[in-house]
Design a protein around this ligand. Structure first.
Ligand code: NDP
Ligand code: HSE
Length: 433
């Protein structure tokens, strides 16, 4: 039952893939949402870039003046435009005036969460962003609230639907890269500029958000080592298949403890080979899945639709209900904490494992020469497999864990050996210790 005539006035910025679904659900579920919040949610306006492209929207609601809408008499700003500027200024201004903000904008949060969180704290306003990572999957709230009493050691998973859609198709059908990307864009998974997906920027932003929450440390996108899938070739996919593995783009955030007990945070995004029996190997299409490891909880897995209008709108509406309830009850939700302020470990120092596939001369002493390079860089070999061709041999080497810089230096030196005709594929390996 609604106790008084209070209404929560909502400004919706953006009416694209996600914004249109939020507007639809706000309208269709108005009665239910009002009951859950304890007050009706009233759409005060919808800001778009080109109002004439939205003839079906009520004219009195549509505006191209997003700044004016944010400044008007609204309680909550829901931002579904994307990008950094001018959105950063609008949201900062809303928070400074005590308005709550709900956003799905990972690019903005991964760079400016500190100043946005400070503005929210100063004004006692809410800043919620569940939809920014892994679409529909409730992941940020469990990290921030449910696991607040535990010590998280690792967060690893598939957090970009577009690249997962492309890699799944390449693996299943050998489909071409460009045609699959077009399909992902058509389905509304890809960012406005799909290079943000393909080059790993989107996943790196999400890794920064995940690492910040998991390790109570401010991590920005610039702190995340980033490699996209543009370099993943058909040969890599075939090399993975031959070994019973598949290729995925993973975000891996770890709390690393040194020999002297000092802790640091490592955050990285890059393609990896994982065994086909690994649970992440079965995550296909635009689905996302994230493993969380914590001292007391052990292993947790979160799985669901990571992109698309309706799934993402579900997370946005969850946040909207939460911040609206807080306003009705007169409080604010839990803040994120960055109190641990752990140092960031560079990629070069981060321990990883490599799969290296080489075409080498097929004669005595070649294996010894190659093995010597590994020894020089103190990289231990876990497995070697050789297949003979005519005058060449195909050599597949999987290493034990070593600092990434040592592994890179090893590959670099091997590629310069006369006996090595071609470095066919180099990829990091996860999920098999
Ligand atoms: P779209 O490109 O589909 O929609 C963007 C909307 O913003 C459009 O309605 C556009 O107006 C409007 N817009 C752009 N610039 C301005 C401006 N200067 N002033 C007012 N309105 C403007 O984006 P998505 O819905 O896909 O994504 C929105 C946000 O959600 C992004 O931050 C994205 O990263 C995030 N996100 C997206 C997911 C997805 O699966 N698509 C999943 C999770 C998060 P017009 O329609 O007139 O062009
Ligand atoms: N472009 C993003 C993806 C949308 O493909 O995962 C969801 O954040």
């Amino acid at each position: 039952m609604i106790a008084n005539d209070r209404r929560i006035r909502v400004a919706l910025l953006g009416h694209g893939t996600v914004g249109a679904e939020v507007a639809r659900l706000l309208d269709e579920q108005a009665g239910e949402l009002a009951a859950r919040v304890g007050a009706p949610l009233e759409l005060a306006g919808i800001a778009v870039r080109r109002p004439d492209k939205h003839p079906d929207l009520p004219r009195h609601l549509v505006t191209a003046d997003a700044a004016g809408l944010v400044d008007s008499d609204v309680d909550v700003v829901v931002e579904l435009i994307g990008g950094i500027e001018p959105v950063r200024g609008w949201l900062l201004s809303a928070l400074q005036k005590g308005k709550s903000v709900v956003t799905a904008n990972k690019a903005l949060l991964a760079e400016h969460s500190a100043e946005l969180a400070e503005a929210a704290d100063a004004a006692g306003a809410d800043l919620y962003f569940e939809a920014a990572v892994a679409g529909a999957i409730p992941l940020l709230r469990p990290l921030r609230e449910s696991l607040a009493g535990d010590r998280i050691t690792r967060v690893m998973g598939i957090v970009n639907g577009t690249t997962n859609y492309i890699l799944s198709a390449m693996d299943a059908t050998g489909a071409g890269y460009a045609e699959t990307l077009d399909e992902a864009s058509r389905l509304g998974y890809a960012e406005a500029d799909p290079t943000a997906d393909v080059d790993g920027y989107d996943a790196a932003s999400k890794a920064a958000i995940l690492a910040s929450l998991a390790f109570h440390t401010r991590v920005t996108a610039a702190d995340v080592h980033r490699e996209g899938i543009a370099g993943v070739s058909a040969s890599d996919i075939v090399a993975a298949k031959v070994l019973g593995r598949t290729v995925k783009l993973l975000a891996i955030c770890e709390r690393v403890t040194d020999a002297d007990g000092g802790e640091s945070v490592s955050a990285r995004v890059h393609p990896v080979m994982i065994p086909r029996g690994h649970q992440l190997a079965g995550v296909n299409g635009a689905f996302n899945a994230v493993y969380v490891e914590a001292d007391a909880a052990g292993e947790l897995m979160f799985y669901g639709q990571g992109a698309g209008g309706a799934p993402t709108a579900s997370a946005v509406l969850g946040d909207l209900v939460a911040v609206a309830r807080n306003r009705v009850l007169g409080g604010r939700g839990p803040r994120e904490s960055a109190h641990a302020a752990l140092p960031i470990r560079s990629m070069g120092q981060t321990p990883t494992r490599y799969h290296i596939s080489l075409d080498v001369a097929d004669r005595a002493g070649v294996l010894a020469q190659v093995a010597q390079v590994f020894a020089v860089h103190d990289v231990s070999i876990a497995a070697v497999r050789q297949r003979d061709r005519h005058s060449t041999a195909s050599l597949v080497i999987v290493t034990h864990s070593a600092p990434d810089a040592a592994l890179r230096a090893t590959v670099d030196e091997i590629s310069r050996l006369d006996v090595v005709h071609e470095v066919v594929s180099v990829m990091r390996v996860e999920g098999e210790d």
